[in-house]
Design a protein around this ligand. Structure first.
Ligand code: NA7
Length: 557
């Protein structure tokens, strides 16, 4: 693993000449970090930007108590470097946020990635200059960078959703957003704490803060299905074994629907007897993690089968939660299990047996407004010292739509996506030459291991750019026809999926005014990889490739 040392460009001061590089990379999460490494190894000059103060993306921001990855750490880690795989040792099956940040720091330090970044720097605008075949990228403070290639590694979960709760500015206690958590520890001892939101984030917070706070009020609108994580420490002998077999583990991950190993079956639910089903579900429950999702092959298309599994989980809530009324309110109803992101917990339902933890059912008693002292619901005011918003993200499209991105003829992404996101593979957009996304909104980003996807996408982008440079080409973009065909496939696969039956960020239902619909590729990560490979075959047939204009060729020479 040798780093090719290319000089880091100095920023052009406002009003000064633009700084010219080969590649601009926006984002310092897993996708951006790998892109920086990859393009540096290819000998290209680059400049990367990150709005946060350091690398880590969502793991930099989400420092709330209990933050933890819900895929096994061994899968949720880079595979591109054998050295990193061998040198890094995970301590838990599902790593907590501090360990993930340590891993990110280890990778960044080992590969000397930080010197390519400008931190605390937001990009405002990216404009394609057709005559010069390059992107002009402008920072918030007006510095301009120019590059033939621009990579938006901005992630599917980087823009916190604005809560639609009136009066939050009036609240005199401490207001915290899970996705903008302070770097110093927050002391909940003896405090009256409110949490709004019971998705993956809210569940992780509740199970942790419920054991610390004086009183915890959980404002739940839609209950989620959550299953036991059954996290365990990874013993040295086990990790040694993993390190010996990483190549095989990666192979399994790359050829699996979610980009990671988990039990899975093609067996249809009603092909086995009720007793066998019960046994399989019990086994999966005991196994923990996402095993339940893999018990049967038809859970996301057969509503009746899905309902049986949902009822099994509801039964588990009854087994744990002592107060029957609380148990009833915690039970998700009216949408299929796994149609919202399945959550993994460690004692979440048990938390509601603690005398200081109160479930506030916003379905029957909706939040009206925040007040100086706390939160007012239809039935009255709850006084709080700390209010935590675990209200989610403007997912998948929010990050790119936050920029002013202008493609050919001044077309904006806002205009292109006014009826919902459209792209080819979630990587490229017709009309936006040489603009690349990693883990974009029409790939499997929300449904698969984001690190496997980031590696796949960055490798695809690198291959495309190398193809341009090797063939005297100045730009690449999918043809409208290619983009249309990809979107037709995405929609056709999504149509029978039960995911459409829940109101979630996966279908854009959590943000007011956002176009609704499942725009994710639900065909599985392994199939997605096949489509990516096919798109690159035959000299990128299906793409519009423009010859390089003179000055671009000179620069590349
Ligand atoms: P999610 O899964 O979008 O959950 C957000 C939660 O916040 C959800 O329970 C929402 O209820 C609730 N919410 C949002 N706005 C409100 C208002 N105004 N009032 C009451 N409740 C509200 O976000 P997470 O951060 O938990 O998880 C995001 C992803 O991170 C997750 O899918 C994993 O991939 C990791 P609602 O469902 O809208 O009724």
């Amino acid at each position: 693993m040798t780093a090719v040392r290319s000089p880091s460009p100095q920023p052009a001061a406002s009003g000064a000449e633009p700084t010219r590089v080969d590649v601009v990379i926006v984002g310092g999460g897993f996708g951006g970090m790998y892109a920086v490494y990859k393009f540096r190894e290819l000998g290209m000059s680059l400049q990367a930007f990150e709005a946060g103060g350091d690398l880590g993306g969502v793991w930099y921001w989400n420092r709330y108590p209990g933050a933890r990855v819900d895929l096994p750490s061994i899968d949720y880690s880079y595979s591109f470097s054998r050295e990193i795989e061998q040198e890094w040792t995970w301590s838990e099956q599902f790593a907590a946020q501090p360990e993930l940040l340590r891993y990110i720091d280890f990778v960044a330090t080992r590969l000397d990635l930080r010197r390519h970044y400008r931190f605390n720097t937001r990009i405002n605008q990216a404009v394609w200059d057709e005559a010069r075949q390059l992107w002009q990228v402008t920072t918030e403070s007006g510095e301009v960078y120019e590059a033939p290639y621009c990579i938006m590694a901005t992630g599917p979960l980087s823009v916190p959703k604005k809560p639609e709760i009136d009066g939050l500015e009036r609240f005199q206690g401490r207001l915290l957003h899970a996705a903008r958590w302070p770097h110093e520890p927050v002391d909940f001892t003896g405090k009256r704490v409110g949490v709004i939101g019971t998705g993956s984030t809210g569940i992780q917070i509740v199970q942790e803060v419920g054991r610390q706070a004086g009183e915890l009020f959980v404002f739940q609108r839609t209950p989620s299905f959550t299953m036991p994580m059954r996290n365990v420490p990874l013993e040295p002998a086990y990790m040694a074994e993993v390190k010996r077999h990483y190549a095989g583990i990666r192979e399994v991950a790359r050829n699996s629907p979610i980009g990671g190993a988990r039990p899975q079956s093609t067996r249809a639910f009603f092909t086995v007897t009720p007793a066998q089903r019960q046994e399989l579900l019990e086994d999966a429950w005991k196994h923990g993690g996402l095993a339940m999702l893999g018990t049967f092959g038809d859970l996301m298309i057969n509503e009746e089968a899905n309902e049986h599994v949902a009822e099994f989980v509801r039964g588990k809530i009854d087994d744990v939660v002592q107060d029957p009324d609380t148990a009833r309110r915690l039970k998700p109803q009216g949408y299929p299990i796994f149609a919202r992101r399945p959550c993994l917990d460690t004692g979440y339902y048990e938390t509601f047996n603690l005398p200081n933890v109160h479930l506030m059912d916003c379905l029957t008693d909706p939040i009206v407004e925040a007040t100086e002292k706390g939160l007012r619901t239809a039935s009255g005011e709850t006084e709080l010292d700390i209010l935590i918003l675990a209200t989610g993200y403007d997912g998948l499209t929010g990050a790119l739509l936050a920029f002013d991105v202008q493609g050919r003829d001044g077309q904006t992404v806002q205009d292109k996506w006014k009826d919902g996101p459209r792209s080819h593979l979630g990587i490229m957009l017709a009309g936006f030459p040489n603009l690349f996304m990693t883990t974009g909104p029409n790939g499997p980003a929300a449904l698969a291991n984001i690190i496997r996807m980031s590696e796949n996408d960055v490798d695809w982008i690198a291959q495309a750019i190398l193809h341009l440079r090797a063939n005297g080409l100045g730009s690449i973009e999918p043809s409208i026809d290619t983009e249309d065909r990809w979107m037709d496939l995405v929609h056709a696969l999504a149509k029978p999926s039960l995911i459409n039956k829940a109101k979630t960020w996966w279908v854009g239902a959590n943000v007011e005014g956002k176009p609704r619909g499942l725009t994710q590729f639900v065909g599985g990560f392994m199939k997605y990889r096949e489509h990516c490979a096919a798109a690159a075959a035959n000299g990128y047939a299906g793409h519009v490739l423009q010859p390089a204009r003179e000055q671009v060729r000179e620069k590349a020479a």
